[in-house]
Design a protein around this ligand. Structure first.
Ligand code: GLU
Length: 420
């Protein structure tokens, strides 16, 4: 089985490493080793041509002792049970590490949205939401965007879910999803939150390491929501982007690529391919880009033993979930390359989702300055916590982050015990 097909084994390996190091209580280890609920639904959708297709959807609820289940919905052809289980577990660790009162979940539908019309995607989204029924809820399980979904899909999910309630109760169900559009209850700053959080995290990390961001260089894999926002914000810090890639190909320019200009091009053309102010490059050349920072912000298992040796960056900052395989990570560490792990580096998304949820619950509207300020506080605190833990345990950054997250859940379980 490829890494991609067995992503949960990778998540388990990361968990086991931290559990061993903190000598995790055996009861807690057993409980956290599998998700609490695995929901799989097959649902029919009418296509534009009148035919019908059956879709397979997943919602994996890993853990809710730290708060309601929370995590994105992915629309991608590679969505499979093992992948969603891993992604759900990472959400549990992410919320616990950040101290956000949520648990962990993830969902997805296995199809390629690029091959379907907007009307079909809407029907798929709505019918999937309906199939999930009361398995989601504003105080129970709160979906959000992930790969292949955005504010548009979240608003459709919210609207579908709302139809199940009387008009008088509907407003209180808005927060059943986060990552909504501004007009439909979204938060300012949620669209850029993951990229913004990643840069806030790297601000702290680089300061501790004595590495100046100003004058540095970076390259981005996956110039989508996370990657393109991270790139624009890194550029504002005085760092230069030397290469970018996405599902259409990879481009590079040793003199630098303007992140805003490329984002405008991608918004129009759907991908980086054909961008005139850089040249098309092969994947090997892309991984070998001579830049200080590599931001993998696409899918899981993109940094593997097959390409790890090509990487010459000093830092790999994980915008995606699970981009680095454990084998590749060990080799990178041996070469002195720091991998700042997903559950820390990309946690800005769920953090601002939490702000959105709080705003909906209290009928508040925060301005962008407040969102950014609160996000910065939380990213700074968690990044400093991981650096401290890493030093005291003499371990790698991911294991340090995992030790903090799992240790927090262990304390919760030790106080609560298990029923009956
Ligand atoms: N899908 C994002 C993640 O993997 C965001 C989850 C959320 O906002 O709930 O962190």
């Amino acid at each position: 089985m490829s890494d991609h097909q067995n992503l949960f084994a990778m998540a388990t390996a990361q968990f086991t490493k931290a559990a061993d190091l903190i000598n995790l209580n055996p009861m807690v280890r057993t409980i956290l080793s599998e998700p609490q609920n695995e929901i799989i639904v097959n649902f029919p959708v009418t296509m534009d041509d009148g035919s019908h297709r059956l879709f397979k959807g997943y919602r994996i609820q890993h853990n809710n002792t730290h708060g309601p289940y929370k995590g994105g919905i992915r629309f991608h052809e590679s969505v499979n049970l093992s992948e969603v289980k891993a992604l759900a577990a990472w959400m549990t660790w992410k919320s616990a590490l950040m101290g956000i009162p949520f648990g962990g979940a993830k969902g997805g539908v296995s199809f390629n949205p690029r091959n379907f019309s907007p009307a079909e995607i809407q029907r798929i989204t709505r019918r999937f939401t309906y199939a999930l029924g009361n398995n989601i809820g504003p105080e129970y399980d709160i979906p959000a965007p992930d790969v292949g979904t955005g504010a548009r899909e979240m608003v459709w999910m919210m609207d579908t879910y709302m139809q199940m309630f009387n008009a008088s109760e509907r407003n209180q169900t808005r927060r059943v999803v986060t990552g909504k559009s501004l007009l439909n209850g979204g938060s300012l700053g949620r669209d850029k939150a993951t990229g913004q959080g990643l840069v806030f995290c790297f601000d702290v990390w680089s300061q501790h390491a004595g590495f100046p961001i100003k004058g540095s260089t970076f390259f981005v894999q996956g110039f989508g929501n996370v990657g393109s926002h991270a790139a624009r914000i890194m550029q504002a810090r005085g760092s230069r982007m030397l290469a970018a890639s996405d599902h259409t190909g990879a481009i590079g320019n040793a003199d630098g690529i303007d992140a805003h200009d490329l984002a405008a091009y991608v918004a129009q053309k759907g991908g980086v391919k054909g961008y005139a102010r850089a040249k098309e490059i092969q994947q090997t050349e892309f991984y070998h880009t001579k830049a200080d920072i590599f931001i993998p912000a696409a899918l899981e298992c993109t940094v593997t033993i097959d390409n790890e040796a090509l990487i010459q960056a000093k830092y790999v900052v994980e915008g995606a979930n699970g981009p680095t395989t454990p084998e590749a990570e060990a080799k990178l560490a041996a070469r002195g390359i720091t991998v700042i792990p997903d559950i820390l580096a990309n946690s800005g998304g769920v953090t601002v989702s939490y702000f959105e949820w709080v705003q909906n619950k209290n009928s508040e509207l925060w301005d962008l300055e407040k969102v950014d300020e609160e996000l910065n506080i939380m990213m700074t605190r968690s990044t400093e916590g991981v650096i401290e833990e890493m030093k005291s345990r003499k371990c790698d950054p991911r294991t340090a982050a995992m030790c903090l997250a799992v240790g927090r859940l262990e304390k919760i379980y030790m106080e609560r015990g298990i029923f009956p």
